[in-house]
Design a protein around this ligand. Structure first.
Ligand SMILES: Cc1cc2nc3c(=O)[nH]c(=O)nc-3n(C[C@H](O)[C@H](O)[C@H](O)COP(=O)(O)OP(=O)(O)OC[C@H]3O[C@@H](n4cnc5c(N)ncnc54)[C@H](O)[C@@H]3O)c2cc1C
Length: 433
């Protein structure tokens, strides 16, 4: 409402329909905006279609913080589609694994019910600026889409050229660049240079850290174990152990010795193999894997997607520095790994985009929350040389250690709700701006 009691409807345009873009769409809609969500492929959820692990380690805390603040929908859906709950696997506790086949259509139906306009198979390739404001975005089919505010959630994977130059070639991942066209950095098109993450050895980007094996291609015993327990840990013969692969991985939370010495499989509908790639001829020599075949990436025997090539400099409200009305979330907004991290940052970006359109002060999540601390900490680390070589996730490595040190990690839902309440954040995402 304006001062005269007239209802003003803002238009928020979100580019990229991964977990971050979907989360931004939901909070922007709840904040009272009209929302258009644009996705270049024929599937929402982006890399989420090949993920599945939720609520492991500090992600449990972050999920409950989001729920308490009123951004619970995507967690309710991943919980509803969970094949296994409260599972422990090497270095990780109380995880749940959603069914990667069931979640995407569930989310698509939910966005429709929220009256969010979703434009699939629409790839944004350019921008139209008006000074330091983004006026419109331009699709590959020539269509111009105008908005009051924009959220970029295009992720950091692809295009194919990056996978060829910094990886082992196009691994034929779920983003399917050859069919749907390459990712485009909207913030870079708007004149803000991308920041590139690095591996420990200084090389740009990093390999995605897992793949999917067709579950039916595994031995009956492995299939049974996965269905019953959710996890199978298969020791590797000494000569097949390649420790260097751990260094190349995006997911440093899984760069533990157990992941080099064993094949760790998780049941997410397919058998998730916790290794960036594994030559099929070697895999098939391991008992139980004689007929193994990759479901994702299709060339998982040779390589995996290269990520973290395109991060925008942003502030703690998720606004891209230098552009008045462009916000960002997910991997685009920092060297974040994970669905929970994408939902946490995307939800704030969508909410603050509408605040910006309404001329209101942005919401900055305090560092007494795990989410607020992750956003601020990852932003600070992004401008340091060592920070560019790390990734930021509630699930492990540097940031989970920090959560524990600062007393931010908890699995007690009432403690988390109380923390959010004391900070005056309960249901903050629920109400119209
Ligand atoms: C193999 C693999 C396994 C993983 N497993 C897990 C896991 O188990 N648990 C976990 O928490 N995390 C996991 N991750 C990491 C997690 O999936 C990501 O960090 C997170 O989902 C990123 O979400 P996002 O929305 O930022 O980006 P993305 O998922 O990359 O979404 C970006 C979207 O934007 C679209 N897009 C890009 N450019 C344009 C454009 N120009 N116009 C229109 N649309 C565009 C893309 O098609 C895509 O759908 C995994 C990642 C991979 C690759």
């Amino acid at each position: 409402m304006n001062g005269l009691g007239v209802l003003i409807v803002y238009k928020t345009v979100i580019i990229g329909g991964g977990f971050a873009g979907c989360a931004a769409a939901i909070t922007a809609r709840k904040a009272g905006s009209e929302v258009i969500l644009i996705e270049k492929t024929d599937l929402l959820l982006g890399l989420g279609n090949v993920g599945g692990i939720m609520r492991n380690n500090g992600r449990y805390t972050a999920a409950e913080e989001n729920i308490a603040m009123g951004a619970g929908e995507l967690f309710e859906m991943t919980d509803k589609c969970a094949l296994h709950k409260n599972v422990d696997f090497p270095g990780h506790r109380h995880a749940s694994f959603f069914d990667i086949i069931k979640l995407e259509p569930e989310v698509a139906r939910f966005l429709k019910r929220m009256d969010i306009e979703v434009k699939m198979r629409t790839r944004i390739i350019n921008v139209e600026m008006d000074g330091s404001r983004l006026d419109a975005i331009v699709a590959a089919n020539g269509e111009w889409i105008r908005g009051d505010v924009f959220v970029e959630a295009t992720g950091s994977a692809g295009p194919m050229g990056n996978c060829a130059e910094y990886g082992n070639g196009c691994s034929m991942c779920v983003l399917r660049c050859p069919a749907f066209g390459p990712r485009v950095s909207i913030s870079q098109k708007a004149g803000i240079p991308d920041i590139t993450g690095r591996r420990k050895n200084g090389q740009p980007g990093a390999f995605s850290g897992s793949g999917k094996i067709e579950i039916g291609s595994l031995s009956y015993e492995l299939q049974r174990l996965l269905k019953e327990e959710g996890v199978a840990v298969v020791p590797l013969p000494k000569e097949k152990i390649v420790r260097e692969k751990l260094e190349q991985k995006v997911c440093q939370q899984y760069a533990l010795d157990e992941y080099a010495e064993n094949i760790v499989l998780l049941d997410t509908g397919n058998a998730k193999i916790m290794s960036p790639y594994f030559p099929l001829e070697h895999l098939r020599t391991v008992p139980g894997f004689e007929n193994a075949r990759y479901a994702d990436p299709y060339a998982g025997g040779k390589g995996n997607s290269i990520r973290y090539m395109s991060v925008a400099e942003r502030d703690d409200s998720m606004k891209v520095c230098g552009i008045d009305n462009l916000f960002c979330g997910g991997e685009k907004a920092g060297l974040f790994v994970g669905h929970t991290e994408a939902v946490s940052t995307g939800s704030l970006a969508g909410h603050n985009a509408v605040r910006c359109a309404a001329g209101k002060e942005p919401l900055i999540l305090p560092r007494e929350t795990a989410i607020g601390d992750l956003i601020a900490y990852a932003g600070e680390r992004l401008v340091t040389e060592s920070g560019l070589r790390n990734r930021y996730t509630f699930a492990g490595d540097e940031f989970f250690a920090r959560m524990k040190e600062k007393g931010l990690y908890s699995t007690d839902v009432s403690v988390i709700q109380e923390r959010i309440d004391v900070l005056g954040l309960t249901g903050i995402y629920e109400n119209a701006i």
